[in-house]
Write a protein that binds this ligand. Structure first.
Ligand code: CA
Length: 358
């Protein structure tokens, strides 16, 4: 396994020098202090089942994979840069790992988001040519989240917002959260909607068969969340807002035709109070308001399909370090049969534009 190869002392084949910079856009970190808060939550009464399944596993498993991930998550210095060099990654766009502060109580979440953002901004200042950072926010308090977005952009130099999907079962499609969208649009900063495990009222059928995590539950839940945001009319209200979704758009590009057809049919039939006419088709918002990264999906046909349906200017590279620290994937993607222009957009220039990398 690549993950084992990367932690062993044995030499690993490093990707060749190429004509483009490789910018990995969905890379994770976790301050040690956050893991302490997580431990308390896990030891508390009735913790969220998805959180127990995910972080409960990573924070207690003796497996090499779990230990490697927990170690790498906490490093924003030399080890991370060495792993980047080994994998041919020129720059990481880094965000607080899922579920970030969204699993915490409101007060802790608001204050810890600031701590995490200060720590990440400091690392970006130390390594300005290697790291770019995203702003963590606590949706539990939308007004404070909006303020933190402004502070992150104007004072800390962070250039995107990370939200790890639902917040304790609540979705950003609810207008009570829309201060967050307003602040992101006003500060011209995209929101990365990253997965979380399904919430308490959705997870049971996934848990029963071990499909709640990155294998499937993440994608289903986050795809649902993005779709809820679209159908709630968020982009009619905030037309300049840009969002990013990983894992090849959590399969939404593949769903486009059916989403468009059935959304119109549902509106026409007046079947649901919640399904109102939108200014555009669901797939139009995917094309105009979303960027897609290939985190976790180093698969040429899916990347090309998404370039074809959303546009080559909308699809970006991501590794998903340290969860999918796979150097052979970088070599595979370098070899994609694609025009040099499209490949450079994928690896470098789209990310430079979206994350304002100079
Ligand atoms: Ca990830």
């Amino acid at each position: 396994m690549a993950i084992q190869a990367s932690v062993s002392a044995s030499p690993v084949k490093t990707p060749a020098k190429v004509e483009y910079a490789r910018i990995a856009t969905e890379e994770a970190f976790a301050p040690a202090e956050m893991l302490k808060i997580y431990r308390k939550i896990l030891d508390g009464s009735d913790p969220d089942p998805g959180f127990v399944s995910l972080l409960g596993f990573y924070m207690s498993s003796p497996s090499e994979r779990a230990r490697h991930i927990i170690t790498c998550l906490q490093d924003l210095g030399e080890m991370r840069i060495r792993h980047m060099d080994e994998a041919g990654i020129d720059r990481q766009v880094i965000a607080l790992t899922s579920p970030g502060v969204q699993v915490m109580d409101k007060e802790t979440a608001v204050s810890f988001a600031r701590v995490a953002n200060d720590e990440l901004a400091e690392a970006v200042r130390k390594h300005p040519t290697r790291f770019t950072g995203m702003i963590a926010v606590a949706p539990q308090n939308p007004a404070e989240a909006a303020k933190e977005i402004e502070r992150g952009v104007k004072q800390l130099g962070l250039t995107a917002v990370i939200i790890n999907s639902h917040t304790q079962g609540e979705y950003l499609s609810d207008p009570k959260f829309w201060d967050i969208f307003e602040a992101a649009e006003a500060n011209d900063t995209p929101i990365y909607l990253h997965p979380n495990t399904p919430p308490r009222n959705m997870i049971q059928p996934f848990l029963e068969c071990g499909l709640d995590g990155a294998i499937y539950g993440f994608g289903v839940e986050t795809g649902l969340h993005a779709l809820r945001i679209i159908t709630a009319g968020v982009f009619d209200r905030f037309p300049k807002l840009q969002m990013i979704i990983g894992h090849m758009g959590e399969a939404l590009p593949f769903w486009s035709y059916r989403l468009d057809y059935m959304h119109q049919a549902t509106v026409r039939s007046n079947r649901y109070e919640t399904v109102k006419a939108l200014k555009k088709k669901p797939s139009d918002y995917l094309r105009e308001n979303f960027y897609i990264t290939n985190s976790g999906v180093a698969w040429e046909p899916a990347i090309k399909f998404t370039q074809e349906t959303l546009g080559a200017d909308r699809v970006m590279y991501a590794m998903d370090y340290p969860y999918q620290h796979a150097i052979d994937e970088v070599i595979g993607l370098d070899g994609m049969a694609m025009t040099p222009e499209a490949k450079k957009q994928f690896f470098q220039t789209n990310a430079e534009r979206v994350f304002k990398i100079k």
